[in-house]
Design a protein around this ligand. Structure first.
Ligand SMILES: Cc1cc2nc3c(=O)[nH]c(=O)nc-3n(C[C@H](O)[C@H](O)[C@H](O)COP(=O)(O)O)c2cc1C
Length: 168
């Protein structure tokens, strides 16, 4: 049939989106009871320098979604290239992800993961609906950059950075 919109092939779309390579973060928060939560996320993006705004998005089906929705703060831990184990760990659903994980409390109490390449301690300033995700906008209140090489994700797998031979 001509001109009848076909449903998008979700697997093909996922593969196409996967050609856009990203870093890998673990986003953390603490709920009202003081319980820490963390999820591996590559939807992170920087938005604005003045004011300092960033965003990330979370699946509505995520176990920790209610905690992030209710919390007014979060930390973006940008993983280093030797932290694949942490990326895998925080990408799994589990009751207590912080058991046996080394972390420190950040400015608002959310976990900061030592060994990360950089971290951004954020106050949540807005939430927007984004289909099957919610988009969180955060204002960076404090950050650190320890200049480690970042972990990379693209085409469905973890990668490492290398300089391009054709770049000056
Ligand atoms: C590389 C990578 C990137 C991911 N990015 C996101 C993301 O941006 N947002 C999201 O909601 N889930 C993302 N996920 C999936 C979550 O990490 C996964 O669903 C996790 O189980 C969520 O934890 P929770 O169910 O305890 O909340 C990603 C997973 C991987 C491996």
């Amino acid at each position: 049939m001509k001109n009848v919109p076909q449903p998008l092939d979700q697997r093909a779309l996922r593969n196409a989106l996967g050609t856009f390579v990203t870093g890998v973060t673990v986003v953390t928060t603490r709920d009202r009871t003081g319980t820490p939560h963390g999820v591996t996320a590559n939807s992170f993006s920087s938005i604005s320098l003045d004011p300092p705004l960033i965003l990330w998005s979370q699946a509505l089906t995520s176990r920790s979604y209610p905690a992030f929705r209710e919390s007014d703060h979060f930390v973006i831990n940008i993983l280093a290239d030797d932290q694949v184990g942490l990326a895998d760990h925080f990408a799994r659903k589990s009751e207590d992800k912080f058991h046996a994980i080394d972390y420190e409390d950040g400015l608002f109490g959310a976990p900061v993961l030592p060994g990360a390449a950089a971290w951004l301690e954020c106050r949540k300033v807005a939430m927007h609906p984004g289909g099957d995700h919610t988009i969180y906008l955060g204002r960076v209140e404090r950050f650190a950059n320890v200049c480690r090489r970042p972990l990379v994700f693209g085409e469905g797998r973890y990668l490492m950075t290398a300089p391009h031979p054709m770049a000056a």
